[in-house]
Design a protein around this ligand. Structure first.
Ligand SMILES: *Cc1c(COP(=O)(O)O)cnc(C)c1O
Length: 366
C-alpha cells in the first residue's frame, strides 16, 4: 500500500455533492473573477478569523507582495524574516524592492528566534515578517514589543497555518496584516492558486483591494501600478464549501500528530515536534528531526516501504545563490535543513497511515 505525503482526493470525495452544486452555480452565473462568490468568501473568512477585512488574491505569494506594499514597504527598506521557510517569503520582500534580512530560528519550533532580532534592526528596517512554519505560531509577543519600540510593521506569513492560534487568537490577525495561501496542499486548499490578506486596518485593506486590481479603486481610474491578482469565483466557491470543516480537519491533523508522537517517542535518533505552550499547532506538516546524519537513509527506507516523505526545506533561503549577498551564517537553520523530514499528513486517512507506518517507524533508525 502506498501512502503519499499529501492527498487531496478524500477531502473532495467527502464533499463531492456540495462541490458539484457550487461549481454548477458559478458556471451558470457567468461571474468568474471576484463578484458575489468572492465577496461571500471574504465575509465568511473574516468572520472565521475574527478580523475586520479579508481581501482575496491570486496566491499566497501575491498576498505577501501586496501585503508588504499595503504596509508601505518598498525600495530601500529592510524586512526581517526567517531563512527557514519557502522561497516565496523572501522573494516577496525582494519583489517589492526591499531587502530581506535573515534572522536564525529557534531550534525547538523552527520559527524565527525573537531573541536574535534586535541586532538585525537598523534605521532602514521597516517591517518584521514572521512565518508560522508547519502550522505552529511564531512567538509573537516579543516581536510585538520590538515592533512597537522601533516603529515597525508586522506581516504574518500564515500560508501554512490557517486555523492555527497564538495564545487563543487566530494567526494572521495579530500583526498589521496576515498573508494566507490556498494552494491545494495547504490546510485550507482550493482547486488551484489562491490567497488572502487579512487585516484590521481599514487603510491596509483599501490599499490591498486597489493593488490586486491594477491600482484602481474605480475601473479605468488607475491611481498606481498594481497587479492582476484577483481571486477566482470558482476558488472562492470551493473554499466556502471547505471552510466550515477546517476546525474538524485541523483536529484530525493534531490527532495524527499525537499518534506519531507516541509511535516515535522511544525511537532512538528521532526528535518529535515540539509544541510551544503559546501555540495551537495545526500541523500543516508533521516534521521530525533525524539525528546522526541518517535523514537521507531514513527517507530512502520509508520510500522503499511506499511511504511518501519530504524535506522542507533542504536549503535555507539565505544559502540560495540569489541571496548570496547575505553572508551571515544561520547555524540553526543550516542544521535543521540537514535533519528535518516531514511525514504523511492526510487528515482523512489517519488510520491507514498509522497502520502502514507503525512497523517501519519502530525500526526507523536501526
Ligand atoms: C505556500 C507558501 C507560500 C506561497 O503561497 P502560494 O499560494 O504557493 O503562492 C508562502 N509562504 C509559505 C511559508 C508557504 O508555505
Amino acid at each position: 500500500m502506498k501512502i503519499p505525503i499529501y492527498d487531496p482526493t478524500p477531502e473532495i470525495e467527502a464533499l463531492w455533492g456540495e462541490i458539484q452544486a457550487v461549481l454548477q452555480r458559478v458556471l451558470k452565473s457567468g461571474r468568474f473573477i471576484l463578484g458575489p462568490e468572492v465577496e461571500a468568501f471574504e465575509r465568511e473568512a473574516a468572520e472565521y478569523l475574527g478580523v475586520k477585512h479579508a481581501v482575496g488574491v491570486n496566491s499566497g505569494t501575491d498576498a505577501l507582495v501586496i501585503g508588504l506594499r499595503a504596509l508601505g514597504v518598498g525600495p530601500g527598506d529592510e524586512v526581517i524574516t526567517t531563512p527557514f521557510t519557502f522561497f516565496a517569503t523572501a522573494e516577496a520582500i525582494s519583489l517589492v524592492g526591499a531587502k530581506p534580512v535573515f534572522v536564525d530560528i529557534d531550534p525547538q519550533t523552527f520559527n524565527i528566534n525573537p531573541k536574535l532580532i534586535p541586532p538585525a534592526i537598523t534605521p532602514r528596517t521597516k517591517a518584521i515578517l514572521p512565518v508560522h512554519l508547519f502550522g505552529q505560531a511564531a512567538d509573537m509577543d516579543p516581536i510585538f514589543s520590538l515592533a512597537e519600540e522601533h516603529g515597525l510593521k508586522i506581516l504574518e506569513d500564515v500560508a501554512q497555518a490557517f486555523g492555527g492560534e497564538y495564545k487563543g487568537r487566530k494567526l494572521g490577525t495579530l500583526g498589521d496584516a496576515g498573508a494566507f495561501s490556498f494552494f491545494p496542499t495547504k490546510n485550507l486548499g482550493g482547486f488551484g492558486d489562491g490567497g488572502l490578506i487579512a487585516t484590521n486596518v481599514d487603510g491596509v485593506a483599501e490599499m490591498a483591494r486597489m493593488l490586486r486590481a491594477h491600482g484602481a479603486k474605480k475601473k479605468y481610474h488607475n491611481e498606481m501600478l498594481g497587479y492582476n491578482s484577483r481571486l477566482d469565483a470558482i476558488q472562492a466557491a470551493i473554499l466556502r464549501v471547505k471552510l466550515p470543516h477546517i476546525d474538524e480537519w485541523n483536529e484530525a491533523r493534531r490527532r495524527l500528530a499525537g499518534t506519531y508522537n507516541e509511535l516515535l517517542q522511544d525511537v532512538p535518533g528521532v526528535k518529535t515536534p515540539y509544541e510551544a505552550p503559546y501555540a495551537k499547532h495545526v500541523y500543516h506538516q508533521y516534521t521530525i528531526r533525524i539525528l546522526y546524519d541518517k535523514r537521507d537513509l531514513v527517507q530512502q527506507r520509508l520510500g522503499d516501504a511506499g511511504i511518501g516523505t519530504m524535506v522542507y526545506y533542504p536549503v535555507p533561503v539565505h544559502r540560495l545563490p540569489i541571496f548570496s549577498h547575505f553572508k551571515k551564517r544561520m547555524p540553526q537553520s543550516e542544521k535543521a535543513a540537514g535533519q528535518v523530514l516531514s511525514l504523511p499528513m492526510v487528515p482523512f486517512r489517519t488510520g491507514a497511515i498509522v497502520d502502514a507506518l507503525t512497523p517501519v517507524l519502530k525500526g526507523l533508525t536501526r
